[in-house]
Design a protein around this ligand. Structure first.
Ligand code: PHB
Length: 390
């Protein structure tokens, strides 16, 4: 009797205290990003995009503060990414893992996401296989097969019959090469040569000469965006006079991404690419994004598709928090993410409930000057593209 009387009020106090404590705790988002080293621009773009979203929409959702905890992988460093994820899960008790510019870092964290039931939002890394590595991963960016297949189709339609491919020798590059070859040859095109360059410090000069000697109608390339590599390639392309030899350059939009386009001079003018986002995209969502981004990054600093990934990843996290009334549970979060529609700066996207990858419009764009500055100007669109890599 005595125990029961004493137990009842104690239990009541405990019950009252728990939801209050949860309401005061922030929703923690562990951001695993490349913030230093040769890929530091990926981290900067993604983080600026995420912070722009918070600035534009307020730092509270469902009554709880949003807190970003940023950890630096220092580059393509799977072991570091894994350790950081472990710390974020165990020490910081984060509600979400997010970020991931580079594929090797995302792949390294997948088993931990599964083990800890942590909803993990991929804001850039774009190798098709990533979402198959954990049921707790959802992606808001793109996949390389998704943006590459429409380019191969466009090339055939435009009378290009022979192509040399050059890609970065890791997940997204291999996805791009495989998809381009398959779609292009099935439609009657010929691949006259293929080369893969290392992810770290690639040298383009010897390959450019080889490509020039092979005399293809076009060269198709994928190199990681937000790095110096596309700029270096473009410089070599002009120096070896491949353009003067009549060889066209076609690429995924990673190569002419908005952040580096101005640094490339005249060489990319006329280059056709396919991708899901251009700064020049018309629409209210993009205007709101560009305004908020300028407030975070400073006026005149261009965001690219990775910044859009950071913005949209936060949009997904806010929506999950709202629908779960601020009580984040890994399994329930994944149910919200499957089929979620996001009104992105790129146009609307839906997270495919089966693959947890975005279904979205892919745009065909041409680099041209608008008011004296180079942009990726969209001139064709293919709606509702799913990842063909699955
Ligand atoms: C990746 O590592 O998955 C990646 C990096 C840069 C890109 C696209 C994909 O532009």
């Amino acid at each position: 009797m005595f125990i029961r009387i004493l137990g009842a009020p104690l239990l009541a106090v405990a019950c009252l205290a728990a939801p209050m404590a949860a309401a005061e705790e922030p929703i923690k988002v562990g951001m695993i990003l490349e913030m230093s080293g040769p890929f530091a621009d990926l981290g900067r773009q993604i983080l600026n995009g995420a912070n722009a979203y918070i600035k534009a929409h307020g730092d509270k959702v469902a009554g709880r503060q949003i807190e970003l905890i940023v950890k630096d992988t220092t580059g393509a460093s799977p072991d570091v990414a894994k350790r950081l994820a472990q710390e974020l899960i165990t020490n910081d008790n984060v509600d979400f893992l997010a970020g991931f510019g580079l594929t090797p870092n995302a792949l390294a964290v997948a088993p931990l996401a599964t083990e800890a039931h942590k909803p993990t939002i991929i804001m850039n890394a774009a190798t098709s296989v990533i979402t198959t590595r954990s049921p707790y991963i959802a992606r808001v960016s793109m996949t390389l097969p998704q943006v590459t297949a429409p380019l191969a189709t466009w090339a055939i339609k435009s009378g290009i019959k022979s192509v040399y491919t050059l890609v970065s020798d890791y997940g997204p590059g291999i996805d791009a090469e495989t998809t381009f070859k398959k779609t292009f040859t099935e439609a009657g095109g010929k691949i006259v040569g293929s080369v893969r360059v290392p992810l770290r410090n690639p040298e383009f000069a010897p390959f450019l000469q080889r490509i020039k000697d092979a005399r293809p109608q076009a060269v198709f390339i994928f190199l990681p965006g937000s790095s110096e590599q596309p700029v270096a390639f473009m410089k070599g392309f002009a120096e070896r006079e491949l353009n003067k030899a009549g060889i066209r350059l076609i690429a995924t939009g990673d190569v002419t991404e908005d952040g580096v386009l101005e640094a490339m001079g005249e060489t990319p003018l006329g280059v056709v690419t396919t991708h899901h986002y251009s700064v020049a995209h018309e629409g209210a969502q993009n205007r709101a994004f560009l305004k908020a981004y300028a407030e975070i990054a400073g006026p005149g600093v261009r965001p690219n598709f990775m910044a859009v990934g950071g913005w949209d990843g936060m949009a997904a996290i806010y929506e999950v928090a709202r629908r779960l009334n601020g009580q984040i549970d890994g399994d329930k979060a994944m149910e919200v993410l499957k089929g979620l529609r996001i009104d992105s700066p790129r146009g609307p996207l839906v997270i495919d409930p089966e693959t947890r990858d975005p279904i979205q419009t892919v745009y065909v764009r041409r680099v041209q000057k608008v008011n004296g500055k180079p942009y990726n100007v969209e001139f064709e669109q293919i709606p509702d593209v799913k990842d063909p890599g699955k």
